[in-house]
Write a protein that binds this ligand. Structure first.
Ligand SMILES: *Cc1c(COP(=O)(O)O)cnc(C)c1O
Length: 399
């Protein structure tokens, strides 16, 4: 099927384009190579340099770099103090890790619906889900667009909740002129290769609170401290370190840190090109009633991670599956982000039922992600647009 278009003869392209791809240049390679022959492969100066750079970019006071984005979310949930009997409100359209982090600490994820036009968490839905057991919110900057931080922060303040922002998609995004990473109580990033900047695997938590920072630093490395002030049995013996709580090995290596430092130098160029591609798609689709273009809130200055093609399925003689397969047959290898988290069979077994978040479910049934990455050429963007138009023309209802 990938060889021959489902209809209309030969496919728009001979070679496949995927929805995402990393970009590694010579500077990245040199940075990694230099670190490989340096004295410290892990726990060294590159990790600290990366954390300083993350503070600079996000405007946060503290940054803790960790082994991946899921580890960042797990440590944030621990530092927030979530536990047995607590409820934490989570975006319903997100990667499962956002709510898995709540399960890891024994708390219960409660899923909030999304807005029809932005696909981000709906603050009204959050409000309705608050109970005396609610302890926090994990809100995702879906596609890279900022959540409505002001509204979410208000809700958290009013009800004394910990505000965690899952910014795995949103490195480089600003809200109301402030970089994502300096707004929530804790912000979690991922540097997996599909994200805007990568360290292979990697993640980070940023915060402005010193106690939270100290706790995150301990939890990243087994709950062990070398700081006498944090010890129950302080001593100045040089060898002595003390485990004061139960943590993990969630450390990032200096090799990964060196790669990410070099990648972050390219963030402005990455953001700019990604936005140019978004505008080309938006321009091509804005007058097509069969397609709904994602709306942006005016406060968000977005570095876009994903481009969502949302179908107006009432105007098309096909479902999402048929449209998706037709694009693949044209060699446009789109993806779907995401299944509503509670539709996963694991969550089903925990007792979550379909119908919880109608907007999220309708979004899922009508959406797919088109190719969006730094090196996607104008000609390739044109091919994607051509393919989308071809499939829409084929499936359009004729009156
Ligand atoms: C990628 C991603 C994560 C997890 O990050 P990893 O680095 O892969 O562990 C968490 N949340 C969202 C929204 C993501 O897209």
């Amino acid at each position: 099927m990938s060889k021959l278009a489902i209809f209309g003869g030969s496919p728009v392209r001979e070679t496949p384009i995927h929805y995402g791809k990393q970009y590694i240049d010579q500077a990245d390679i040199d940075a990694v190579a230099a670190t490989l022959v340096s004295p410290a492969l892990t726990g060294g100066p590159k990790v600290t340099e990366l954390e300083n750079k993350l503070c600079e970019i996000t405007g946060a006071k503290y940054a803790v770099a960790v082994s991946n984005g899921t580890a960042a979310l797990h440590l944030a949930a621990m530092a927030a103090g979530f536990g047995e009997g607590d409820e934490v409100i989570v975006s319903s359209i997100t990667f499962a890790a956002s709510s898995n982090s709540v399960l890891y600490v024994g708390a219960k994820p409660v899923f909030a619906d999304i807005k029809h036009n932005t696909y981000n968490i709906d603050p009204e839905s959050v409000r309705k889900l608050i109970t005396p057991r609610t302890k926090g919110v994990v809100a995702v900057d879906f596609t890279g667009q900022s959540i409505e931080s002001e509204e979410i922060r208000e809700i958290c303040k009013e009800h004394n909740l910990v505000f965690i922002e899952d910014a795995a998609h949103a490195m480089g995004t600003k809200y109301d002129g402030k970089p994502v990473g300096s707004i929530a109580d804790m912000t979690c990033f991922s540097f997996h290769p599909v994200k805007t900047v990568t360290s292979g695997e990697g993640g980070a938590i940023t915060t402005n609170d010193e106690e939270t920072y100290k706790k995150l630093m301990r939890l990243r490395s087994h709950g062990i401290t070398r700081n006498q002030e944090e010890m129950v049995h302080p001593t100045d013996a040089r060898w002595y370190n003390e485990q004061v709580e139960l943590g993990f090995n969630y450390r990032i290596t200096d090799i990964q840190a060196a790669l990410l430092i070099s990648q972050l130098d390219k963030l402005p160029a990455f953001s700019k090109r990604r936005w140019e591609i978004v505008e080309k798609y938006n321009e091509a689709f804005k007058d097509m009633p069969e397609i709904q273009v994602q709306e942006e809130i005016p406060q968000s200055d977005t570095t876009r991670h994903l481009y969502i093609l949302r179908l107006n399925t009432e105007l098309l003689n096909c479902d999402r599956r048929q449209f998706f397969d037709a694009l693949w047959a044209e060699n446009i290898c789109c993806q779907v982000h995401y299944l509503p988290v509670y539709w996963h069979s694991y969550y089903e077994k925990l007792g979550y039922e379909k119908g919880l978040c109608p907007e999220a479910e309708s979004y899922y049934n009508s959406s797919m992600s088109l190719p969006l990455y730094y090196t996607l050429s104008d000609a390739e963007v044109e091919d994607v647009i051509k393919a989308v138009k071809k499939v829409v023309d084929y499936y359009r209802f004729f009156l």
